[in-house]
Each structure stands twice: as C-alpha cells, then as structure tokens.
Design a protein around this ligand. Sequence first.
Ligand SMILES: [Zn+2]
Ligand SMILES: [Zn+2]
Length: 160
Amino acid sequence: MTIPVYTGGCQCGATRFRITGQVKGSSICHCRMCQKAFGAFYAPLIDIGEAKLAWTRGEPKHFQSSNHVKRGFCPGCGTPLTYEAAEGVAIATGAFDDPSGLPPTIQYGTEGKLGFVDRLHELPKRHTTDDIEAAPFLAEIVSYQHPDHDTETWPEGDKP
Ligand SMILES: [Zn+2]
Ligand SMILES: [Zn+2]
C-alpha cells in the first residue's frame, strides 16, 4: 500500500509543507475565531491525525488565539495555514495543492454560523472572464501566486 503524501503552502510560496500518511478528517468550522483567523465565513481544515507534517520551505509564524490554540500563518503573505492544539494539528484545506480530494464531512462551531452561508449556492454565478469588458486588466493579469506543486527554488523568474 502506498503511503499518501500531500503537499501545499501559502500564496507567496515562502511557506510550504508536506504531510506523509493518511489524514484523519476534513471539516469546516463556523466559530467566530475561525471566521476571524481566516477572514472568511468559515474555516476549512484538515485534521492530519497521526500523519507526519514537515515544513519544507520556511515555517509559519503563530498567533496564540486562546489558552489552548495557536494559529499559524505565512510570515511573508499572511495566508492562514494551521490550527494547533494539544490534541493535534489541522491545516487549512485551501492551502493544499489539491484540495479537491479533501471534501469536508462535518461542520463544527455551528453556534457561530452565519445565516446566509446556507444560501451561497443560490447566488448568481460569474466566471472570472465573464466580465472582461468591465475589467480589461484581467486579460493581461500576471499571477505571482506560487504554483500548486513543489518548486526547486522560489521566488523564480522575474517578479518585482
Ligand atoms: Zn506566503
Ligand atoms: Zn473554529
């Protein structure tokens, strides 16, 4: 049996991780602290369980958000990366290079759930380039985001 390996990192590429072994679970947390830490309606998190976490480039800075939990983020770009407690570590799902294979199976912190979250799928839908006339810069946009795979060196190329 092959041991699963997951890679990921922050938006700027200064902080990268590798998880070796089967992760334990995928969840979203609606609690107010997760909303704040992620700047989002809820936090998507992967409980890594007994899998092994290694920081392969850089490492997160931490904010002690309570007496039991600290939260890691990239010191270069601020991407939320970890939820760390005595009982284990969880990694932000969106930071994985391929979050598509890690669908959440439970919701936590529902006392903090924002009412409109249940209706998000009903909102009108637009592709990024649907409004190209209103935002012509999109046609020539250059991403400085780290690609969704490990890289030998970073930064690479000529970015400012
Ligand atoms: Zn970063
Ligand atoms: Zn939470």
